[in-house]
Design a protein around this ligand. Structure first.
Ligand code: CA
Length: 371
């Protein structure tokens, strides 16, 4: 805490205790009152109570208030309650609100570097992503990018590997993607565009109506637990995996940087701790609930699960490299972000191959576990 704030807070606390005139009991409460009270408005890109993304953001908001014993008063606004989903960035960058909870790839139109701080095609899984952000230079690059917009980003949730999406027809070759109007944001959308599809970015609350009306032919969203809630199976039966576009989508708390810089070290640590806990809790919830939801979708809703074949995946890979080749020409910062990310996915990826991937494949083979 800055000394000035401490002095002001201490004076106010003492004055309040004296004014209350209630003696020792009040005086003993004084230390808690000395700390600076903070009001924080959080806007988000998620509908209220939306499973996983919305409920995770709401949990973070409540946890931060609880951890500070109510001293940090958090007002939470779901998408549309204060500003529209995609207006969250400007609301916080301008200082109208103190923070957003969102997927930063929604802002790739402002700078392609933002995409790397949610997920990019052929990118990092949850565990790999955390390794890059915390120990591979990712956070420093994110800070540099965000500071250019008056923001500061903190990891706050992850969906894990996402499904490839919902399609009305089978995708047996790259040609089947041509002319497809698909909801798919971020650089994954750019990959689809390279393959002749027409990507659109719609907030979660608007996807179902567009799919049912035929305004879009296909959509990706997250995974079985979230997608079952969205009832996409009513309009498209083919459910493809794995999603090349979002192998471990990280959600962010984006704070107004002036607000962040005004916080004491203790309060910055509270924000980081509340967010780190959600980063862990959200991933656990997705992993716990996706399997059962997948079983319900195939058993009760007639959903046909399909795997993208190697021809389609090779085409995704080639298109992704073309997209990255364009990103690095945007700016020196975009190039540095891509190069750091690419180094991480090769180094950490080599270890994942020998560790998680090799072990899980052998365990499931021996146990006879299959999807
Ligand atoms: Ca998605």
């Amino acid at each position: 805490m800055k000394r000035r704030d401490f002095m002001t807070g201490a004076a106010a606390g003492t004055a309040a205790a004296v004014a209350a005139g209630s003696g020792l009991a009040q005086a003993q409460k004084a230390p808690a009152m000395m700390k600076k009270r903070i009001e924080m408005a959080i806007v988000t890109t998620w509908p209220r109570d939306f499973p996983g993304l919305g409920t995770g953001a709401q949990r973070f908001a409540k946890r931060l208030q609880d951890m500070s014993d109510g001293r940090i008063k958090v007002s939470y606004f779901a998408a549309g309650e204060r500003v529209g989903a995609f207006d969250s960035f400007d609301e916080v960058a301008s200082g109208n609100a103190q923070a957003y909870h969102a997927a930063d790839y929604y802002w790739k139109g402002k700078h392609p570097g933002w995409a790397y701080f949610t997920s990019v095609p052929f990118g990092l899984t949850y565990t790999e992503f955390n390794a890059w952000i915390r120990f591979g230079g990712g956070q420093q690059l994110w800070d540099e990018l965000a500071a250019g917009f008056g923001l500061k980003g903190v990891m706050c949730g992850n969906t894990g590997v996402q499904m490839g999406g919902w399609f009305r027809k089978e995708i047996n070759s790259p040609d089947d993607l041509k002319g497809l109007k698909m909801r798919i944001p971020g650089l994954g959308g750019d990959v689809m565009a390279k393959l002749g599809a027409s990507p659109v970015s719609l907030p979660g609350g608007q996807i179902y109506e567009n799919l049912v009306s035929g305004a879009i032919d296909a959509t990706e969203w997250v995974g079985p637990w979230n997608d079952e809630f969205m009832k996409f199976y009513e309009a498209a039966k083919y459910y493809y995996y794995p999603g090349m576009h979002e192998p471990g989508s990280m959600l962010s708390v984006g704070l107004n940087k002036k607000f962040w810089d005004s916080l004491s070290k203790a309060d910055q640590t509270l924000v980081e701790a509340a967010a780190a806990m959600e980063n862990d809790v959200m991933m656990a919830e997705y992993n716990a609930k996706n399997g059962a939801a997948l079983a319900r979708l195939t058993r009760d809703q007639g959903v046909q699960v399909r795997k993208f074949n190697d021809d389609v995946y090779d085409a995704f890979g080639k298109a992704a490299e073309e997209v990255f080749a364009g990103v690095v020409t945007h700016s020196p910062l975009a190039k540095r972000i891509h190069e750091s990310f690419d180094k991480a996915r090769r180094e950490i990826g080599a270890w994942s191959n020998l560790a998680d991937q090799a072990f899980v494949a052998q365990r499931n083979r021996v146990l006879g576990v299959s999807s």
